[in-house]
Design a protein around this ligand. Sequence first.
Ligand SMILES: *Cc1c(COP(=O)(O)O)cnc(C)c1O
Ligand SMILES: [Zn+2]
Length: 411
Amino acid sequence: MGFVKGLKCRECKREFPKDPIHVCEFCFGPLEVNYDYEGIGKVLSRKSIENGPPSMWRYKELLPIDEDPIVGLNVGWTPLIKVKNLAKALGVNNLYVKNDAVNHPTLSFKDRVVCVAVSKAKEFGYDTVGCASTGNLANSVAAHAAEAGLKSYILIPADLERGKILGTLIYGTNLVGVHGNYDDVNRLCSEIGAKYHWAFVNINIRPYYGDGSKSFGYEIAEQLGWRTPDNVVVPVAGSSLITKIYKAFNEFKDLGLIDKVTSKIFAAQATGCSPVTTAIKNGTDIIKPVKPNTIAKSIAIGNPADGYYGVKTVAESGGWGEDVTDEEIIDGMTLLARTEGIFAETAGGVTVAVTKKLIEQGRIKPDELTVISITGNGLKTREAVENSIGEAGIIDPTLQAFDDHLASKKL
Ligand SMILES: *Cc1c(COP(=O)(O)O)cnc(C)c1O
Ligand SMILES: [Zn+2]
């Protein structure tokens, strides 16, 4: 089984065997998985997908592993929620949240990429996996390595949130905090990967890893009743997810599973780390690397690996890019929580606040169908909101104390 023909250079289109490689040796372009779409078209239909498991593996023909998945069998198929209260607060009528804050098992969209990458690492015969991470990837690689019985080495910037560190160490991995930002960590991991021959999920097996993100897009289209939304707002770090959502929609169209792709794709970043949205606003596809400085640490990548393709995706789809301050991010997190009961992490605050901005700018129209991508869980980034949400009122265990408390609230 499996419909992977090999890898293919995104730039010069040269073909390569399905090996743990990620860069074209001729032009240095990134490699992509090359699928046998004709073969897939013969077996895949709306019906076959609908009869599949309630997980991202319902699209397994479009995912790059040859055998059955080894880990992460329950990842994906997260709720797509019509958010009427948030819509009202933002002055629109047709708003949805795709909620990967509750993705199994580590509560972020990264489980989608990691279950593919770790299954693939097993297929390749590696005994050790690793990653350079801004936090959520660390959680997910540690968890899936544990499930797969593989050793793992995980490198992060030393100053990550406590929740992200604890949510990695619990799985019994080897965690290394590096003095530096994500881009320093990533460069170091390339050197380590070359020396130790480990599978770094977002480096040497990146082509396979990236395609796990497509499932986020497939699910949106299927959950909307086999159609694409008018707008999708996506948080951007390395720009993998944003390009893969659009790729997913276009694959569905090419396979005849949906009629057309109607979506504008909008990039969302924090102002303290906005190389991609800055390029979009400046009308260029040349990304100028930045030094990150924002509370949205999970998407703080100053030199995004796929930034160029992120800008291209946005331009091709007719979308736009916006960024928001740390203050706006906190407002976005509390607004989503207080209107819809959904506690998203800082990256979710970014997408909510950017959506608000795009609506105010008239780039998103009130009657259009808009999906906000929520990609991580708020309990992992509590530092961000700790000082903005008030405190519990503390009382003695008596009715009188409670009555006094109530009266003080009413003053
Ligand atoms: C990693 C991550 C993203 C985006 O990642 P890309 O590198 O752009 O694919 C978005 N949100 C959260 C919470 C993440 O952890
Ligand atoms: Zn090439």
